[in-house]
Design a protein around this ligand. Structure first.
Ligand code: ADP
Ligand code: ASP
Ligand code: MG
Length: 469
């Protein structure tokens, strides 16, 4: 029996009709003789709402908690109504959902009393999105007369470190537990539905794997159960030459190597979590990105064996919004050993991840790119620890910028790619604020003003003829 892990993202389970559609895809695949494990995300937008609810609760807004409770209940009940026809299953799942939402209310009320939101308690709140969607999808599958059982990531056996908000699996222990708890169901034709994104520490405290982490859950399961393929179902045909929401003429990429797909994921192709490929690269398990709304399309195949194709050096262009650039300068940095390390150390200690870095030969200036929501924290850390202490005399920032990255494995060793990229941008009269090229030579990334970003992506897309003809 061929074994597949299937993951359905938030858009795939946004409404009751969509959940039914997902259950049909599961049922058709199971009837074709596949052994299936299903992973689901929270209903579209619910994780964002939970994030907001946790912050509001901290400000002790009791009215808000009551209103939020009602709206999240209404949303899930309306999905259940459309997704599950059989009265008895419908009633059972509704009761389950009500119980989980009562628990959520207690958690939010607890946060409001204490007036404190820690990374740990935030993860607990965020876990409710997937805890609510998994039973519903499980019920919809049962409604189609298949056997199914749902699990939280924790109950399934996914154990992580305690890096709340961005936890990593302890793979040996996790594999052992998943084999014990999930694998036997496949032989009994019971379809496990596992809530994505969430897991627990060894002590049983709930953790999350980082935003978009359901993809990671899917590949953790795939590696642990040594399945034949992972299918990531989403709302576009596969990984594309650019985000189709920005560049409508973007084309689907039928095949990619793990390395290329990882590069795309890291550089903002939202279609996949940046770390999701790690577990399956080790086990050489192929992944497919497929469109729930167009299941006939085979999607993008990501695997290690690639047939070399006559493609141009640049295969795709990504756009990362929500970033900010920090410039750190000072004559004191020139020739001072460890000055860059000092700046990076200060940022890392305050929990700010540096996404891009570029330094001038003069050594008097470095530019850094960070997530925009961390800009305030980064600036205050630099101001307290390094500004005016002999090393750094100036810290400035720009928060109306974005990063554009051109990528492709064939860029390595191909001459003239950078000049084509930059000429295409210059021909549009657009100024580049900062440039970085990793020594992997798999991408060239640079910073432009946000107002120019779409024009820049389009210019590169056209220069390398990536679009549909
Ligand atoms: P899901 O809810 O299924 O996890 P996401 O919103 O996380 O879906 O990811 C899918 C979205 O990623 C698509 O709707 C698309 O707009 C966006 N995206 C960005 N860059 C790319 C790309 N290069 N190829 C495909 N999709 C992309
Ligand atoms: N629901 C989570 C998020 O919105 C995880 C996921 O969708 O993969 O980030
Ligand atoms: Mg996603």
């Amino acid at each position: 029996m061929k074994k597949i892990v299937m993951k359905f993202g938030g858009t795939s389970v946004a409404t009751g009709e969509n959940v039914r559609h997902v259950a049909n895809i599961v049922s058709n695949t199971a009837k074709n003789g596949y052994g299936l494990v299903v992973v689901v995300s929270a209903l579209e937008g619910v994780t964002d709402e939970l994030f907001e609810a946790a912050s509001q609760a901290q400000k002790a807004k009791q009215d808000y908690i009551q209103k939020f409770k009602q709206s999240i209940l209404d949303r899930h009940v309306s999905v259940i109504r459309k997704a599950i026809k059989a009265k008895q299953i419908n009633r059972e799942i509704r009761k389950t959902i009500e119980g989980i939402i009562d628990e959520l209310e207690k958690v939010l009320t607890g946060i409001s009393y204490v007036g404190e939101l820690t990374p740990k308690s935030r993860d607990y709140v965020l876990s409710f999105g997937e805890r609510l969607s998994a039973p519903i999808v499980c019920g919809a599958i049962r409604d189609l007369k298949l056997q199914s059982q749902w699990f939280t990531g924790k109950d399934a056996g996914i154990v992580t470190d305690s890096n709340f908000g961005q936890a990593d699996p302890l793979m040996n222990f996790t594999t052992h537990q998943l084999k014990e708890r999930i694998e036997p169901l496949l032989g009994k034709h019971v379809i496990p539905v596992v809530s994505g994104y969430i897991a627990a520490t060894q002590e049983g405290i709930v953790t999350t794997l980082g935003r978009g982490g359901s993809d990671y859950t899917a590949t953790i399961l795939a590696a642990a159960l040594s399945v034949d393929e992972v299918w990531i179902w989403t709302d576009v045909d596969g990984l594309m030459t650019a985000d189709p929401k920005t560049i409508p003429e973007a084309r689907m990429l039928p095949e990619l190597s793990y390395q290329e797909a990882a590069e795309m994921a890291i550089f903002g192709a939202k279609a996949m979590h940046p770390r999701a490929l790690e577990p399956i690269i080790r086990e050489k398990i192929p992944a497919r990105i497929r469109n729930v709304f167009n299941p006939e399309n085979p999607g993008t195949l990501i695997s290690s064996d690639q047939t070399p194709k006559k493609t141009d050096a640049v295969k795709a262009v990504a756009l990362i919004r929500d970033v900010a650039m920090i410039n750190v300068g000072g004559a004191g940095m020139v020739g001072a050993p460890g000055s860059y390390a000092r700046v990076l150390d200060v940022l890392s200690r305050s929990g700010v991840n540096v996404m891009m870095i570029s330094a001038a030969v003069s050594e008097a200036n470095i530019s850094l790119v960070v997530r925009r929501n961390l800009l305030g924290r980064a600036l205050s850390a630099l101001e307290i620890a390094v500004l005016g202490k002999g090393l750094v005399s100036e810290v400035t920032s720009e928060d109306d910028v974005c990063v554009v990255a051109a990528m492709g494995a064939k860029m390595k060793g191909t001459l003239g790619v950078a000049s084509r990229v930059f000429t295409a941008v210059a021909n549009k009269g657009i100024n580049i604020r900062m440039i970085a090229q990793g020594s992997s030579e798999l991408n060239i990334s640079f910073v432009v003003k946000e107002e120019d970003c779409v024009a820049v992506v389009r210019a590169i897309h056209e220069e390398f003829k990536l679009g549909k003809n």
